[in-house]
Design a protein around this ligand. Sequence first.
Ligand code: ATP
Ligand code: MG
Length: 426
Amino acid sequence: MALNVQAVRGMNDLLPEDTSIWQQVETVLRQTLSSFGYSEVRMPVVEHTNLFCRAIGEVTDVVEKEMYTFEDRSGDMLSLRPEGTAGCVRCALEHNLIYNQEQRLWYMGPMFRHERPQKGRYRQFHQTGVEVFGLKGPDIDAELIIMTYELWKRFGIQDQVKLQLNSLGSAQERAAYRESLVKFLEAHFDELDEDSKRRTHTNPLRVLDTKDEKVGELLKSAPKLADHFGAETKEHFAKLRALLDAEGIAYEINPRLVRGLDYYNLTVFEWVTDALGAQGTVCGGGRYDGLVEQLGGTPTCAVGFGLGMERLILLLQTLGKITPKSSVDVYVLGSGDDIELHEAKTASFLRKALPGVRIMTHCGGGNFKRQFKRADKTGARAAVILGNDEIARGSVTIKDLRNKDSAQSEYALCDAPEALRKILEI
Ligand code: ATP
Ligand code: MG
């Protein structure tokens, strides 16, 4: 009987072809992050709901509409994490990681948001996040951007993603700006779309982020946040820009870049691509100097980013920068007396002699034609073939499966690893 249960909408299975790509991407990410000296942390997927309400802000889309929240059996209100920063700050505070010391941390894992699923937008998606605590200068903001740029270079997509940059100023500068922006929006209230009307009094800066063209046009004459900046904000931004210029990293200043969550100040940035349609933001981040205190810690400056793994992988696939890898290098097959036993022994010997080489043993018998078909299907480079003659002589026959013209040859078992190394080019 068919099982009529399907995966939850917007939550995807990753099949062997997918995981082969994900693993390659994860490896590059891990290597890059650790090459900058960052350490991994792993937080739970579930946190107390009020952590997100306090961190992200009650009137953001994420908290208002997108969280998976439930009461557990002990009556606690819990949520699946919609992002990683809040949990990372909670973790750092709980374990005293940031009191009087700096930390450069990263994590990788699933996040959950109840959004309308579409290409590049899912209900379970994955982020690689980086959070730095205790460093307040523009040098660390620049480091995070340089680190992401290094990632794009390693993936060969540095020309396909563009950096958008903005400064949100200090909390005080934002508050002053907020007042003049609300005045402006109230004066043009009839010209606003529904979303912008709602946000005018709940989260007016988000109006700057509108997708509505008419409102976008109107905003051209709105007061500018940058006009409220004091000397410190200006200097921070100027130094950051100088550091990026020195690295040859191009950027566009986007005064309307405000980002979806409430906690940012000073530097905000996004890496955006044209190749993925509407879901073009691959990575976004910024400074959030107020959040640690807001969550009960001593004031600690902080900066971080979140990188959307599905979008990065979609981009790499769209641009043909990544292909699935086979999971087998060598396929051991054969026919003869007690063949299963000899295959298993031969495979064990080879695994020991060739660490890191992926060696699959044929199971289930069948004639040679069938066995070679299976070997081909695995994508293996080489076949190790056993028969009664080989067993009697303590040898194996080796065939290069990707080079059909090359003859197969027999080797003493002790010479087989060397022969395989040649075929595998290792
Ligand atoms: P968007 O504007 O696309 O909704 P966001 O501002 O909500 O993004 P962040 O909270 O900054 O996104 O998350 C960081 C990154 O995580 C995004 O830049 C994007 O690459 C990815 N991301 C966010 N939401 C989703 C989702 N629902 N599905 C897949 N990836 C997502
Ligand atoms: Mg969003």
